[in-house]
Design a protein around this ligand. Structure first.
Ligand code: PRT
Ligand code: ZN
Length: 300
């Protein structure tokens, strides 16, 4: 197969999005041979090459068409898109899927001793960030006159070091802000990992067909994650009440139980997670042997 016929996908080499991206590729059946120091990893069972790079490089690689697809955080994607737009570089792409991992938010936080009332309190401040374009866009939207101070790292120590009066940085749990005596005041961007494609999609036919197959499998993985397989034993005449307790379960399978005329086994797929409270309600209805199991893959 010619080099160009292989689908090229950029993922973060190491860091917060690496594991989720690799897990998803693995879940959709792509077997990779990864050697730690190498930039490129080949798939064994598909015409796919993985480019393992810093997350900052992924939007540009996709927008320039150097790779066909990329897994990246929306925060990085949006920032790079704005930065490239300003200097007239290609900045278009297509979002194929939002991926339910790498969730975080870009927020403005101020020292806890600062008196902060509302967004207008930012007027006249200097705000340290690695996301100057997203921050400037927020300032412009709210008509705020403030300075974005660009730092490449350790943003959270900027106020204490006297480099800025506030910060604008990614927040996960909020523990880092708390540890640095900072209070989150404004969420300026919500982010999660996304799969993006070069804007000139669709690709030449065998490659695009492979992308479609990947997306179909990803949908199957994501649908499966949100669902549970439930089995339980119940009185036949309680079937309707049992169904009412199982969110989104359609047409459950009802199987006779050996040795009983009145009790049946019910198998169903629930469209949502099943909480302890639901199981307790099922038990109160007289159900027994209640099992809730994860579903690995599904295809409608
Ligand atoms: O080397 P490379 O450039 O590839 O990696 P990087 O160091 O730039 O990025 P990395 O691996 O830290 O993050 C990659 C992406 O993960 C980000 O662009 C986001 O899309 C996403 N992500 C999700 C996060 C977080 N959660 C997160 N919590 N990125 C950073 N953080 C930081 C946060 O800023 C804080 O400093 O993690 C720290 C802990 O967060 P708390 O709030 O849980 O304490
Ligand atoms: Zn980075």
């Amino acid at each position: 197969m010619r080099h160009n016929d292989r689908l090229k996908i950029a993922i973060q080499k190491s860091g917060r999005l690496n594991e989720g991206s690799l897990a998803l590729l693995n879940a959709i059946g792509i077997e990779l041979q990864i050697r730690d120091r190498l930039l490129i990893a080949h798939a064994i069972n598909q015409p796919i090459d993985l480019l393992r790079v810093r997350d900052d490089d992924i939007p540009g690689l996709v927008m320039e068409g150097v790779v066909d697809l990329g897994f990246v955080g929306e925060n990085e994607l949006e920032e790079q898109m704005l930065a490239r737009q300003v200097v007239g570089k290609s900045h278009e792409y297509k979002t194929l899927r939002r991926l339910n991992y790498g969730a975080c938010r870009l927020s403005i936080a101020v020292p806890e001793e600062m008196h902060y009332q509302d967004v207008t309190s930012l007027n006249g401040m200097s705000v340290a960030t690695t996301y100057p374009y997203l921050l400037e866009r927020f300032f412009a939207k709210h008509n705020i006159q403030a300075d974005a101070v660009c730092l490449t790292g350790s943003v959270e120590v900027a106020p204490r070091a006297g480099l800025a009066s506030a910060i604008c940085d990614l927040v996960g749990t909020g523990a880092t802000l708390e540890a640095n005596g900072l209070v989150e005041q404004e969420i300026i961007f919500n982010s999660q990992a996304v799969l993006i494609q070069h804007a000139a999609a669709p690709l030449a036919s065998p490659k695009q067909a492979l992308v479609e197959q990947m997306l179909c499998r990803m949908d199957g993985v994501m649908q499966a994650k949100a669902r549970k397989y439930i089995t339980l034993h119940a009185e036949r005449n309680k079937l309707e009440q049992v169904q009412a307790l199982l969110p989104g379960a359609e047409n459950p399978t009802v199987i006779p139980l050996a040795g009983s005329d009145t009790r049946v086994a019910i198998h169903a797929v629930s469209a949502e997670n099943v909480f302890w409270e639901t199981m307790e309600s099922l038990k109160a209805l007289g159900c027994s042997s209640i099992l809730v199991m994860p579903i690995e893959k599904m295809m409608a």
